[in-house]
Design a protein. Structure first.
Length: 334
């Protein structure tokens, strides 16, 4: 995610320590805080800071080996390596990293072999001066079914938390995200969405809804449009549309089975249908990224975030995708 940088990270009291610490890690790899462990609820900027560290290091040292991976992807690599009898190759890949960043590390709880591989890689990387950065929704000691030796390693460097954003930070975030999508959002619209949103994720969902409505109807983004969009969202949440309806209609539209939509296969047609599901569950029902991930086979929130943003981009640039979205939503709403 090249668009996640320190420069476009909105800073306030709730995340200032994490921001300053992450910046220091990026400028002093393997020495300042190692490992660096960030924790906090979904939608507070952990993934952004992880990518910002990686991007900052890459800009200054493009020859260095940087590995950013989610715990789900790390688990899959370990399982595949064992299945294909290629554990040696897998070990060399991770142990040769200059910086290893693992997002949502809490999902390795209870996975003994995965924890064992990480423990050994962890020790080697620290000993050779490589940097390790981890993110989680809770501090190390609260991750259940995590080996004590690994929990101890996680807490051996700097552990910082990020709290929920305040009103000012939410307003700043929405302005930054709107600019990323190519829109200069009126300040009154940003403040309105910041007031209405329960958290950053729901805020982004509302923004996507407003942008989509404005683009579809070829209208400017105004406070009136935002208020109308928010009323529509609230009405729809009270309607008879359920998650099962969304999944059923998407499967019928793309002629696939729910098991395929939620499964691991990555055929181009399945990936597209899956990302459309992510987008509609977010914009139509206002579900959180974690909730969507759980509905779609236990995928992590970064995968869902990428899928939502991918479809948002395609809606603006590809008429066929926009037609698909409109066709499915019309069926949903009768």
């Amino acid at each position: 995610r090249a668009d996640f940088t320190f420069q476009n990270f909105a800073v306030s009291g709730s995340n200032q320590l994490a921001f300053v610490s992450a910046s220091r890690v990026a400028s002093n790899i393997g020495h300042s805080y190692n490992p660096f462990f960030i924790y906090g609820p979904v939608g507070v900027g952990k993934t952004h800071l992880m990518h910002a560290i990686a991007n900052d290091v890459y800009q200054r040292q493009p020859d260095k080996k940087i590995i950013y991976i989610t715990s789900e992807e790390f688990t899959n690599e370990v399982v595949e390596a064992i299945r294909n009898n290629e554990t040696g190759k897998m070990k060399r890949r991770f142990r040769s990293a200059y910086i290893l960043l693992i997002d949502d590390i809490q999902f390795i709880e209870g996975k003994e072999r995965v924890q064992e591989e990480l423990f050994h890689a962890f020790n080697i990387l620290i000993d050779q001066g490589s940097q390790i950065c981890l993110s989680s929704d809770r501090p190390p000691h609260e991750i259940k079914k995590l080996e004590k030796r690994l929990s101890s390693r996680f807490a051996g460097g700097l552990t910082v938390d990020i709290g929920p954003p305040d009103f000012e930070l939410k307003s700043a975030i929405i302005l930054i995200k709107a600019k990323k999508y190519g829109h200069e959002l009126p300040i009154e619209v940003a403040k309105y969405l910041a007031e209405m949103a329960e958290d950053t994720r729901s805020l982004e969902g509302l923004l996507l809804r407003v942008i989509t409505e404005a683009s579809t109807n070829n209208e400017p983004i105004t406070l009136e449009l935002a208020e109308s969009s928010f009323r529509t969202v609230r009405e729809e949440r009270k309607s008879t549309i359920h998650t099962e309806d969304v999944i059923k209609n998407i499967c019928e539209f793309y002629n696939i089975k729910p098991t395929q939509l939620k499964g691991p296969k990555r055929d181009a047609s399945l990936v597209k249908a899956r990302q459309v599901a992510m987008y509609l569950l977010k914009t139509e029902l206002g579900l959180t990224l974690v909730e969507i991930g759980n509905l779609l086979g236990g995928r992590d929130h970064t995968t869902i975030m990428y899928g939502v943003e991918k479809i948002q981009t395609l809606v603006k640039d590809k008429a066929k995708v926009s037609e698909d979205i409109l066709g499915i939503t019309r069926t949903l709403k009768g």
